[in-house]
Design a protein around this ligand. Structure first.
Ligand code: LMG
Ligand code: NDP
Ligand code: PMR
Length: 395
């Protein structure tokens, strides 16, 4: 298979290896292997090139050679092929822990959709994921251009899409002023909701085309967006109001940066974005489940009190929060355990019910949980869908 990575990467080293599954090429950049390492017979390799150097971070962009997909011969169909799952924000926390479980199981190829390419590669390597079972494709959810570019790159890879996991998020609890995405949307809702909204709308076509027995779109929600719980009642509480700020474009110039039109509050913006995630999952279910058979689901994986999500919180919070959750609320869950839970929602053959918000009890047994009144408001979900379509350029 003709590959061009060596010519694209000025300081890359490319080697061909004889593997169990045939000849494949490994590319490294500054000594770090990049994603050209899947089974040659099963996946079409991506070639990679560095794109830009921004904020001291090297961003890598994937491009592809012309795809030539090796389809299974009819008689091979009896054995289930490897599933292909895209996980956004798989470079740390829950996303990485889930990627690790799935890639290590052996029957999944995980596409890590990450904004920091090298961080993702390093994280995957450090966590011991078998290199033929994962790939990294650059995705910055805070830019709709990047979302579209990701979809293009993914399609050119030739891999089918069997499961999409919308996991990435930012939480800016200490920000005094709002910050914005490339298109000028408040950053938390812009990234956590609007970026994922465009991504999942575009990739729905790819999910539809997959011949995998159980196709799923999973969007990570949270207890803190649900005001029917104690955790959801810690101020500031989620509240989308009549969506007037969202309808105005969340730009903080001629509209409020908050969905409900109020004053900026980073913690509230995050919780609002989680309500949007849970409403979006249900709206997908209502619009597309019957027609496509795709399972749409959300979940609260437990309080994973030590992830990077809290990187912007004050140091005192980061010190006290884990013991508080472990010993007082008992809501604490390790990254490893949370990763197993999300991996279950991706791959467990019994969790095929659509329109469901999964939670786990103390014995780590999954159950269908109840969403708050606002997070299950059909009218709001429809309105959110329609405004979001306009904002991301789909309507
Ligand atoms: C604000 O910070 C930010 O300012 C704002 O920007 C936004 O981010 C907002 O909601 C987000 O948060 C709030 C600030 C004060 O939070 C903190 O910085 C720390 C809060 C969490 C830590 C609580 C400390 C409790 C001490 C725990 C010690 C654990 C050690 C256990 C060791 C055991 C060893 C055997 O947040 C506040 O809300 C003020 C909190 C005041 C402390 C109250 C004490 C907590 C007691 C609560 C008991 C409730 C029990 C509930 C149990 C429920 C069981 C079902
Ligand atoms: P982390 O911060 O560890 O993970 C978030 C991931 O999102 C990181 O990989 C981060 O990338 C990525 N990300 C952030 N912004 C972007 C962007 N613009 N484009 C692409 N990727 C981006 O937090 P968690 O693992 O805790 O969070 C994962 C999910 O779990 C979130 O949806 C969160 O809301 C949810 N959740 C978390 C809970 C918890 O207690 N931690 C509880 C309930 C839900 P990078 O590595 O480059 O920073
Ligand atoms: Mg909360 C009953 C328990 C419970 C649970 C399961 C959580 C989860 N929290 C609980 C209770 C409380 N919290 C109580 C009683 C307090 C007051 C001390 C409290 C405070 C608190 C703060 C300040 N909790 C927080 C914060 C945050 O900044 C976190 C947040 O809101 O992020 C948006 C948070 C969280 N509590 C949780 C969970 C899961 C979070 C964080 C992550 C998330 O929803 O994604």
């Amino acid at each position: 298979m003709a590959l061009q990575a060596a010519s694209l990467l000025p300081c890359s080293v490319s080697l061909y290896k004889e593997g169990k599954y045939g000849r494949f090429k490994e590319t490294s950049f500054l000594g770090i292997p990049v994603s050209d390492h899947h089974k040659a017979s099963q996946f079409h390799p991506l070639s990679l090139r560095t794109k830009e150097f921004r904020n001291g971070v090297i961003r890598a962009q994937t491009t592809t050679t012309s795809p030539s997909i090796t389809r299974a011969a009819p008689e091979e169909k009896k054995t289930l092929r490897k599933g292909n799952v895209v996980i956004t924000g798989a470079s740390s926390g829950l996303g990485l822990a889930t990627a690790k479980v799935l890639a290590t199981q052996g029957d999944w190829h995980v596409i890590m959709a990450c904004r920091d390419f090298l961080k993702a590669e390093r994280a995957a390597k450090r966590s011991g994921m078998p290199k033929e079972n994962y790939s990294v494709i650059h995705l910055d959810l805070a830019s709709l251009d990047s979302v579209r570019q990701f979809v293009d790159n993914f399609r050119r890879s030739g891999w089918p899409l069997d499961v999409l996991v919308c996991n990435a998020a930012v939480y800016l609890p200490t920000a005094k002023e709002p910050t914005f995405t490339a298109e000028g949307f408040e950053l938390s809702v812009g990234t956590n909701h609007l970026g994922h909204f465009l991504l999942s709308r575009l990739l729905l076509d790819d999910l539809k085309k997959s011949d995998y027995p159980s196709k799923r779109l999973i969007i990570v929600g949270s207890i803190t967006g649900n005001t029917n719980t104690l955790a959801g009642n810690i101020p500031p509480k989620a509240n989308l109001g009549d969506l007037r700020g969202l309808a105005g474009g969340l730009n903080g110039v001629n509209s409020s940066p908050m969905i409900d039109g109020g004053k900026f509050d980073g913690a509230k913006a995050y919780k609002d974005s989680k309500v949007c995630n849970m409403l979006t999952m249900q709206e997908f279910h209502r619009r597309f489940h019957e027609e496509t058979g795709i399972t749409f689901a959300s979940l609260y994986p437990g309080c994973i009190a030590e992830t990077g999500l809290f990187r912007n919180h004050i140091p005192l919070f980061r010190t006290l929060f884990p013991p508080f959750q472990k010993y007082i609320t008992k809501g604490y869950v390790s990254e490893e355990e949370a990763g197993k839970r999300l991996a279950e929602v991706v791959s467990d053959p019994t969790l095929t019910k659509s329109g469901v918000y999964w939670s786990w009890n103390k014995n780590s047994k999954s159950f269908e949980n109840q969403l708050s009144k606002e997070a299950s408001d059909e009218e709001k979900a429809r309105k959110l869908w329609e405004i979001s379509e306009k904002l991301v350029g789909l309507a």
